[in-house]
Design a binder for this molecule. Structure first.
Ligand code: SAH
Length: 221
């Protein structure tokens, strides 16, 4: 990858990226670290070249296989919520997709574990991480409904796909004080849920309405 490709020009330039950051601030994102990381993360490298002029608009975009790259506001909001717990050692991401959220997380937490059920999407995400020389992310092609028990417990689990009900296996893979952040509910009626595992149970908070792809079962080659 050349420095110019990384940096971007025209509709992918730093100036265009900074406009997105202004927009995120207007929408209520306050965490300075998150804003800085997002200003420096090349989102245009995560989507098809034909769409790269839209890379720094605050919208979800198609990435193939019927999936989408998340809206930047959503990525910022979710990252801000899990970081509110303090320094994070390990985070599990469910739904690697193109790897954009993975790359944002990798710059803010010590280790990221990311699972994806569609193999070719994850393969591409992995290649992007190699090109960008990111080395604190581990990937697994698997069904995120089961989490990643061998690597848990986690400080946080973040899902980019919405189940109809929260898979309880995931709660058991949280550390005490750990946070599970995920969209829950059927299409058009999803709410972002935050669960915090306590010594003697779980506290639950509903954050805001969201719009994610559904969490499906099983894997796809
Ligand atoms: N994190 C991405 C968003 C990806 S969209 C970004 O940064 O933009 C959500 C992803 O979740 C899709 O790629 C979809 O295939 C995946 N997904 C859906 N159900 C899943 C499951 N049960 N296990 C793992 N991944 C799943």
């Amino acid at each position: 990858m050349t420095p110019l490709q990384l940096q971007g020009i025209g509709m992918t330039s730093q100036r265009t990226r900074d406009r997105l950051i202004t927009r995120l601030k207007e929408k209520g994102i306050k965490n300075q670290q998150v804003l800085e990381v997002m200003a420096n993360t090349p989102r245009h490298l995560f989507i098809d070249e034909a769409l790269s002029h839209k890379a720094y608009e605050d919208t979800a975009l198609p990435i193939g296989y019927g999936q989408t790259i998340s809206q930047p506001y959503t990525v910022a909001k979710m990252t801000e919520i899990i970081l509110a717990a303090g320094e994070l050692d390990n985070v599990l991401e469910i739904g690697t997709g193109c790897g954009y959220q993975t790359l944002v997380l990798s710059q803010l937490v010590r280790r990221v574990y990311s699972v994806e059920r569609i193999e070719p999407l994850q393969k591409k995400a992995k290649e992007r991480m190699q090109l960008l020389r990111v080395n604190n992310v581990r990937f697994q092609h698997s069904d995120g409904n089961w989490g990643w028990p061998d690597e848990g417990p986690f400080d946080a689990i973040l899902s980019c796909a919405a189940p109809e009900t929260i898979p309880m296996d995931l709660v058991s893979q949280l550390k005490i004080g750990g946070r599970l952040l995920m969209p829950v509910g059927p299409d058009g009626k999803q709410m972002l849920h935050l669960l915090i595992r306590e010594e003697d149970g779980v506290t639950k908070k509903i954050i805001e309405p969201v719009n994610f792809v559904p969490m499906l079962s099983g894997t796809q080659k």
